[in-house]
Design a binder for this molecule. Structure first.
Ligand SMILES: *Cc1c(COP(=O)(O)O)cnc(C)c1O
Length: 381
């Protein structure tokens, strides 16, 4: 069986987790959390990096920070994970979807302006598969209409747009360290990235259950008390310790994934040439992180057959997302602005192939062989 995903694991994580346990401090914001946060602040860089229990939580924190009020409108693609929308729905926002571009599956930057009203508060670009949205255009719109940009960079760590790391471009951004992402903090985890310094102080308070505990620990205030709304948005030190092992090996993991991605890409080019499948497109000014290897086939029927075929060969291929505006909750509570020209139809063609840190070349070659077999059979028919 070739599984769809294996959580990234180096080995050194054991040592860090053991150290964290022996330090007698395993709640949040200890030695390893600080080490990880500093790593992001220095390397990306960003003004402030705050670990969270998930990317979902980081997005929720961002929604509180920009002060979303009931009735405010938030613009995003419908082709995304539910948390992108839910974080804002929880604050009473109205979600306004905009169509995607078929080449990158990212929000179509040219269709955003038509969706902006005087109620629009923010744009949430999702960097699908770790490939950047067309950020220059999106920033220009945000400036013109005085909107916030919150990047859903859940899949985007190590990727860049015009030499800027994803997550460092909007006012706020979120990464995910779920086990299906390129780096994990032991299964679940996330990060809030703050680029606009005006958000730092309040973010620390909201993340600490609405208290000024962080300032108290730094000796900046003499009592620790309730200051704002908030929740518990700190992961444990055990999660941070796992993540530290991954950050120490960030380049190793990235290069390994890119190498696997390139094997898929180069060996599947022939199928694309013959118009049998479509391969992912990486725009010129973007560096990607090989988060995902997907192909697009002719239609839903072909995809269903191919998934079944690969399952029969013990290959764990999957599809996602069902566009949010067509979901049971989304059709009642969201608006799709303009025409759904690509979102639904392109999402039905997409199939993700196994890709994880350490997948073997011969496993990838086996998968490619099965793809060729599947399509040859179709051609003969
Ligand atoms: C994975 C993912 C999330 C959610 O991440 P969690 O850490 O599981 O909460 C949000 N948005 C996108 C685009 C994702 O891929």
């Amino acid at each position: 069986m070739i599984p769809f995903n294996k959580p990234p694991f180096i080995g050194i994580e054991y040592q860090h987790i053991s150290n964290a346990i022996q330090s007698d401090k395993i709640s949040g914001d200890g030695f390893y959390s600080k080490k990880c946060q500093k790593w992001f602040e220095d390397i990306l860089p960003c003004s402030k990096a705050l670990l969270t229990p998930s990317c979902t939580h980081a997005l929720e924190l961002a929604a509180i920070l920009i002060d979303v009020q009931p009735g405010d409108e938030i613009i995003m693609p419908s082709y995304t994970f539910v948390s992108t929308a839910n974080a804002f729905v929880l604050r009473g926002a109205k979600i306004i979807f905009v169509d995607i571009r078929p080449d990158t599956m990212n929000i179509d930057e040219n269709k955003i302006e038509a969706a902006i009203t005087n109620k629009t508060k923010a744009i949430v670009p999702v960097h699908y598969a770790g490939v950047a949205c067309e950020m220059d255009k999106i920033i220009a719109l945000a400036e013109k209409y005085n909107l916030y940009i919150i990047e859903d960079a859940a899949q985007g760590m190590m990727s860049s747009y015009k030499n800027k790391k994803l997550g460092t471009i909007g006012h706020l951004a979120a990464y995910s360290f779920h086990e299906t992402k390129n780096y994990t903090s032991g299964g679940e985890g996330g990060l809030l990235l703050i680029n606009d310094v005006n958000f730092i102080e309040r973010a620390e308070i909201i993340r600490e259950k609405g208290t000024n505990r962080s300032q108290f620990f730094r000796g900046m205030v003499d009592k620790y008390t309730w200051c704002d709304i908030g929740s518990s948005y700190l992961p444990s030190e055990l999660q941070a310790a796992y993540l530290w092992g991954q950050l120490e090996n960030a380049d190793l993991i990235n290069l390994n994934r890119l190498n696997s991605w390139n094997i898929y890409y180069n060996r599947l080019k022939n199928l694309e040439k013959d118009n049998i499948i479509q391969l992912p497109k990486i725009p010129e000014n973007c560096n990607h992180n090989a988060h995902m290897f997907y192909i697009k086939v002719k239609n839903l029927e072909t995809r269903t057959k191919l998934l079944e075929y690969l399952k029969g060969k013990n290959i764990g291929a999957v599809f996602h997302y069902v566009p949010l505006h067509t979901s049971p909750f989304g059709c009642k509570n969201t608006i799709f602005n303009g025409v759904d020209k690509f979102t639904s139809i392109e999402s039905e063609k997409l199939l993700r192939l196994p890709l994880w840190y350490g997948i073997k070349e011969n496993e990838i070659l086996f998968i490619i062989e099965k793809l060729y077999e599947f399509f040859n059979i179709n051609i003969r028919i």
